[in-house]
Design a binder for this molecule. Structure first.
Ligand SMILES: C[S@@+](CC[C@H](N)C(=O)[O-])C[C@H]1O[C@@H](n2cnc3c(N)ncnc32)[C@H](O)[C@@H]1O
Length: 158
């Protein structure tokens, strides 16, 4: 995601699940208005990388703004329960990402991009199919093998 974001620039950008704030901060370099959201209020109060415009909500539910670029390093792990909100995606790693997709689709400007990180540790094809069902043209733009999983960067456009 970090490597890819160097190629992106524009007006309004959103980082969903901002966590440490690293990606949010990076977006400030090439976008004029940046917002970060996270469902975990504690991480928003003490981000490692501080930025303005942090909002606590599910996905982008609290926002009315339309964004040119939305990024999300998803909580993608396939888990029976959601024990760690930072990483657990629920059944097939689909349950939590689906909620995020249902939310961000409402905040995409015309010709917007939604770029997300998923993994071989989830049913990522189900997620890609779901994005397509929502009307987004979706393709894998990068893959990176780690020793225990493969990270997958996906781009959806409307
Ligand atoms: C894998 S971490 C990514 C953190 C950070 N963006 C990064 O790349 O290091 C996923 C983040 O999504 C947040 N999160 C989980 N479910 C969420 C939801 N439904 N809406 C918004 N944020 C959520 C978690 O609290 C966590 O900070």
């Amino acid at each position: 995601m970090v490597e890819h974001l160097k190629n992106e620039q524009g007006g309004f950008a959103l980082d969903v699940g901002s966590g440490s704030g690293y990606l949010t901060k990076l977006l400030y370099e090439n976008f004029s208005y940046v917002v970060g959201t996270d469902i975990n209020f504690d991480v928003l109060r003490r981000p490692t990388y501080k930025t303005d415009n942090l909002v606590c909500c599910n996905g982008s539910d609290a926002l009315k703004i339309k964004f040119d670029l939305i990024v999300c390093n998803l909580p993608y792990l396939a888990t029976e329960e959601i024990l760690d909100i930072a990483t657990d995606g629920g059944a097939e790693g689909f349950e939590v990402p689906k909620k995020i997709f249902d939310s961000v689709i409402e905040n995409m400007a015309n010709n917007a991009k939604f770029i997300f990180v998923t993994s071989s540790l989830s049913n990522y094809q189900k997620l890609i199919d779901y994005a397509q069902k929502l009307g987004l043209k979706t393709r894998i733009i990068a893959k990176k093998k780690l020793f225990f999983e493969e990270l997958i960067l996906v781009e959806s456009t409307n």
